[in-house]
Each structure stands twice: as structure tokens, then as C-alpha cells.
Design a protein around this ligand. Sequence first.
Ligand code: SF4
Length: 332
Amino acid sequence: MTDSLVKVENLKKYFPVKLGVFEGWHFENGKLKRKRLYVKAIDGVSFEIEKGDTFALVGESGCGKTTTGRTIVGLYKQTDGKIYFRNKPIDEVLKKSPKDFKKNVQMIFQDPYSSLNPRMKVYNLISEPLRVHKLVSSRAEEREKVEEIMVNVGLEPEYKSRYPHQFSGGQRQRIAIARALATEPEFIVADEPISALDVSIRAQILNLMEDLQEKYGLTYLFIAHDLSVVRHISNKTAVMYLGRIVEMGNTDEIFTHPLHPYTKTLFDSIPSVEKVKQPLKVTIEGEVPSPINPPPGCPFHPRCPHAMERCKKERPEPKEVSPGHFVSCFLY
Ligand code: SF4
């Protein structure tokens, strides 16, 4: 067993589909039976995150990246597969010491406005986790700690009596980060933490997350739909498509030698300075197929410009094409 902080093995998360009263019935061997349908949000995902790493999970909306993050932090129970935290299965950790797990594993959500209780003042939003986890022993220590965290995330302590709606979007995300940091976690899942923010302040939040990583020794799972966002913040990147990882490796390697046809199309859709004045080019043909009924073989074959007969029948398994660089495609 390696000494990774988080390890995910063949993780699957299927959500049952609610059918109408008359839907899904059929005869089987003369008996009336009802078909069960599932949304296969994650369909066999494996990766490891070393302590101090920023592991980026990238893909179009609906590819399963958010479900992966939520399953790892215990918000969803996995359908199959294993998740390890400090080499222990999280099912076991959650059963034996749920409070310890919740202290050490935190999540930052995409929309800071809906993730913060609008009726709570900033002071209470940050001090609540301190009290729940008994991390302070007096009111004075609590006040000192709240003010210290506010300063560390770039907020003026004098604003501690304000409510979330009295702040800008970027400041609200700083409050959400402060709340996540209060328990001094080891691992944070950041689910698209900048995509709801104004473009002008996205870089500030990314820089803040990098500074805090160094200061607190954090490990991140950074979820994004845009590859360009993860270039500077992550050292490992995995590209997801329809519930599976199609390419994974060191971020520099993925950016300099992308191999999977889907990863390449994601790069083509990143706007560059030269492309800004041109109309946006749609580079991936077709829609993402339904995760209720994913295509057989390679899930990308209906949209892949290189699809072969084999791709329609066989599922490509991850292949290590260079040290640490994995790709699931029959071209390699
Ligand atoms: Fe395209 Fe086939 Fe590779 Fe899938 S396995 S990405 S369909 S070439």
C-alpha cells in the first residue's frame, strides 16, 4: 500500500432513475417485470492523491467530476469501489470516527452564496466549526482564531459582524474558504471554486488557494470544467468523460503532450489571445451521450474523429504510455 493521502479504486456511483407509473414494464419468461434504470455518474474511476498535491479533475458538465468529489467527502455513498483516506477505507473511518473525518476533509463549493447560511454573520460562519470540533477553549481564543483566519484569507476582521450578502462574490468565496480552513483540514475538495466568479477576480482566488496550501500544508482535489484554469494550480491532472477517466498524468505532461482525442478537443476549445476576436469554434461534434445508457465500447466513439470498428465494441483500458501518463484509447 502506498502512502497516498486519498486513494480511489474502481469507484462507481449510480443514481436510480425515477420512472413514471406506466414506465419500464416488460414481459420476461411470461412474467411482468419492471426495468430498473440508473444514471451511471461515475463508472469505474481510480486515482491516488499524494499529500501536498493538487489533483485536478477536468471535464464537461455531467462527466461525473462533482459526483466524484462529493462521494470522496462522504456526501454520497458509493455504489461500488473503495475510497481510502490515510490508507483506511472511508466507510470504516466514517463509522468509527466521523467527527475526525469531517474535521480533516472539507469541501468548497462553486457558488459561495448558496453554500453560506445567509442568516449567519461572518464571525459565526467561521467560529461554528471551531466550536463543533472543540478547537478553542474560550471566547477570547475563538475571537482571536476567527480574526487570524479572516486575515489569512484576505478579509478585514472588522467586517466580522456583516452578513454574506454584504460582500462581493470574491469576498464570499473567501468566507467559504475561511470556514473550510477553520478545522485545519488536511484535504479540501474544491468544486469549481472560481467558475461562478467574475473573471477579474478568479486569479486572486487561485493565488489565495496556492498561498494557503503552502501555509497550511493542504492537499487539494480541484474540480474544473476548463483545462486552462488548472494549468498553474495543479501538479496532476485527470480528464473525465462520461463517468470515466480517459487520460491522467503530470499536469505539465498533459499540457505538452495531450494524447486522448477528447483531451485534445478540450485544448482546442480553450480561448487564446489570437482566438478571442474569432467566433467561438465548436470543436467537439455532438452532445455528451446519456449516462443512463452510455454507448458500448469506448464511450467517446460517437464523437471521436478517429473512431474505428473496434472502438464501438471494446472498452479501452488505461495504458501507461510514459511514466505516470495513462491514456484509455486504442490509438496508443
Ligand atoms: Fe477515439 Fe477509439 Fe480512442 Fe475512443 S478508443 S478515443 S473512439 S480512437
